[in-house]
Write a protein that binds this ligand. Structure first.
Ligand SMILES: NC(=O)c1ccc[n+]([C@@H]2O[C@H](COP(=O)([O-])OP(=O)(O)OC[C@H]3O[C@@H](n4cnc5c(N)ncnc54)[C@H](OP(=O)(O)O)[C@@H]3O)[C@@H](O)[C@H]2O)c1
Length: 257
């Protein structure tokens, strides 16, 4: 019984802590960077092709010491190098937000249009990449002693509706992986999934804004979800859901209903 911890944890403080965000260069990741920085965290802003955007964001965030970080989901060696860079330059990691992701719009009923190369790219970016990122950062997160990983998943994982079959499968993989990881990473690290439905970003190549608006009209809350709406859910998971791990939370305006 001596290894039991007392509850009454209170809100998780972010002052003096470091948050690493994959896909921090854009959309939900960038909005999460801003909200976590506002609360006092230094941010490692992960990018792939968006180095300029990550650098501009680092300059614009409140607080000091934010670090643009090359964090490509398809390259595990580069991800390990990024963890080493965070340790060398920021000294710690307490929060990891896995927001990087990719997709391609492929009609579900056209199986031949979902070629192997596309399927592999989506699975590697959305499942192996986040796993590889968690694996690389676990030593730093464990050392924090009270760390949290937030996965940006999707309603697509639960209802199989989304830009492509591979995308839906990838987000379901992310959610299941989080259940397994939650068992082995506690008590030092918890892992929480945040699952939006359509968010008003350019995430799906070729998706019109009308398609995003249609998602909103089909939901009880009739609200066009913006990246900041998801970022606030990320903050809630980090600061207030302190006894949640291995679970995924919908932030979908009720779209699943
Ligand atoms: N928008 C939606 O409707 C929606 C709905 C549900 C869930 N989501 C999820 O939300 C997350 C963020 O999407 P978003 O809406 O914010 O879209 P976004 O603005 O297009 O951002 C995507 C981010 O992923 C990064 N990325 C893409 N491929 C990468 C790779 N191979 N390695 C590393 N980073 C990579 C991009 O980095 P660079 O720009 O630097 O290349 C960018 O920062 C995704 O995981 C997505 O599945 C989105």
């Amino acid at each position: 019984m001596s290894d039991l911890r007392e509850g009454n944890l209170g809100p998780y403080p972010l002052e003096g802590r470091v948050a690493v965000i994959s896909g921090g260069s854009s959309g939900i990741g960038a909005a999460s960077a801003r909200r976590l920085a506002e609360r006092g965290a230094r941010i490692a802003i992960g990018y792939n092709s968006g180095r300029d955007r990550a650098e501009a964001l680092a300059r614009s965030l409140p607080g000091e010491g934010h670090l643009p970080l090359y964090l490509p989901m398809t390259d595990s060696a580069a991800i390990r190098a990024a963890a080493a860079e965070v340790e060398a330059k920021l000294g710690r990691a307490d929060v990891l937000v896995n927001s990087a992701g990719t997709t391609k719009a492929v009609p579900h009923n056209d199986l031949d249009a979902m070629d192997d190369e596309t399927f592999d790219r989506i699975l590697i970016t959305n499942v192996r990449g986040p796993f590889s990122t968690i694996r690389a950062f676990v030593p730093l997160l464990k050392r924090s002693g009270d760390a949290v990983v937030v996965n940006i998943s999707s309603l697509a994982a639960m209802n199989g509706l989304g830009s492509s079959i591979a995308y839906c499968a990838s987000k379901a993989g992310m959610d299941t992986m989080a259940m397994s990881l939650a068992r082995v990473l506690g008590p030092e690290i918890r892992i929480v999934g945040i699952s939006p439905a359509g968010v008003d970003t350019d995430f799906v190549p070729g998706r019109s804004r009308d398609a995003v608006l249609k998602q909103a009209t089909l939901s009880p809350l009739k609200t066009v979800c913006q990246p900041d709406d998801v970022a606030l859910a990320v903050v809630a998971a980090v600061t207030h859901l302190r006894l949640t791990t291995g679970s995924t939370l919908l932030v979908d305006g009720g779209r699943k209903l």
